[in-house]
Design a protein around this ligand. Structure first.
Ligand code: HSE
Length: 309
């Protein structure tokens, strides 16, 4: 019996202006998946830890299971696989929890079977699992969790994923308040049309953020971390959001927004100290509203999902 353990990181999807098209990976936290090849064909989830008993143990309903099932199907394999999922990422947090489970499972199974597919070729299976998790096969969490780095999903049909170089001295603050928002619900509140004026603002910021990361130009990054499409509506679901944003910028962060579909808040800074200070300031605001939270500080993770043992 061959067993391996794989890790995949949390991700910040959207990065303010890039709804469904931008995402980056952080170093920690992340999910761990242990996969064992068995003689009995089929995919089975043997155990899930850290989810408080809330995730389904049926492989067809779990993002790690779905990803492995669709991967095996695509390579015509009748391998037997047992999956043990250790959830370190909170559910409904906006940190790409379902995506990290799928990405770790895919990096693991691909390795176990001798790397028949490239990382990029694994993406459609991870997207399939996002569809199961929240009804939409967006790639802005799964792509950075699998590939690492800052990723642009230039197009979905066909899938066109572009890795964007980022400056070394970019630190991400994540503050996760103890609140849960289901991605499916946070997507349903969005408007289905965008006024032209807002679209112009948004695509200016999208281009500005990419240019800012590539030059690099930190002022431009900060000015471009603005979202007039999803944030104005979704922020209503996050207590204290407007003050939190002000405090983050006062603390020296380049900018601040909702991580994925929330409620986790992300901020970007050029110094680790600033990232820490920003985290404390945001945590304090949540505390005033009687919300406990965790803070994570990290550089952008350029590796993505990896086999750890
Ligand atoms: N782009 C997706 C959304 C990410 O904002 O709904 C979900 O984490």
């Amino acid at each position: 019996m061959k067993t391996i353990k794989a890790f995949a990181p949390a991700t910040v999807a959207n990065v303010s202006c890039g709804f469904d098209v931008f995402g980056f990976a952080v170093e920690q936290p992340g999910d761990e998946v242990t996969l064992t090849l068995t003689k009995t064909p089929g995919v089975r989830m043997t155990k899930i830890e850290g989810d408080g008993g809330r995730l389904p143990l049926e492989a067809e309903k779990n993002t790690a299971g779905v990803a492995v099932i669709s991967f095996l199907k695509s390579i015509d394999s009748d391998a037997g696989v047992e999956i043990f999922l250790k959830k370190n990422l909170p559910l409904g947090s906006g940190m790409g929890s379902s995506a990290a489970s799928a990405a770790a499972a895919l990096a693991g199974i691909n390795h176990l079977l001798g790397e028949p597919l490239s990382r990029r070729e694994l993406l459609p299976f991870a997207m399939e699992s996002e569809r199961i998790a929240c009804g939409s096969a967006h790639a802005d969490n799964v792509a950075p969790s699998l590939l690492g780095g800052f990723v642009l999903i230039r197009g979905y049909e066909p899938l066109d994923v572009v890795s964007i170089p980022t400056p070394d001295n970019l630190f991400c603050t994540l503050v996760h308040p103890h609140l849960e928002l289901k991605t499916q619900d946070s997507r349903q509140v969005l408007r289905s049309t965008i006024p032209l004026k807002d679209a112009i603002t948004q695509w200016g910021n999208i281009a500005g953020l990419i240019a800012g990361l590539m030059k690099p130009d930190f002022g431009l990054i900060g000015r471009s971390l603005k979202d007039v499409v999803a944030e104005p509506i979704r922020s209503l679901l996050i207590p204290g959001f407007d003050v939190i944003k002000e405090k983050a910028v006062e603390s020296g962060a380049l900018g601040c927004g909702i991580s994925g579909s929330g409620p986790t808040i992300f901020a970007l800074s050029t110094e680790k100290e600033t990232a820490l200070r920003t985290g404390k300031a945001i945590q304090q605001e949540f505390k005033k509203l009687k919300l406990e939270s965790e803070v994570y500080i990290s550089r952008i993770n350029s590796t993505g999902a990896k086999v750890i043992s």
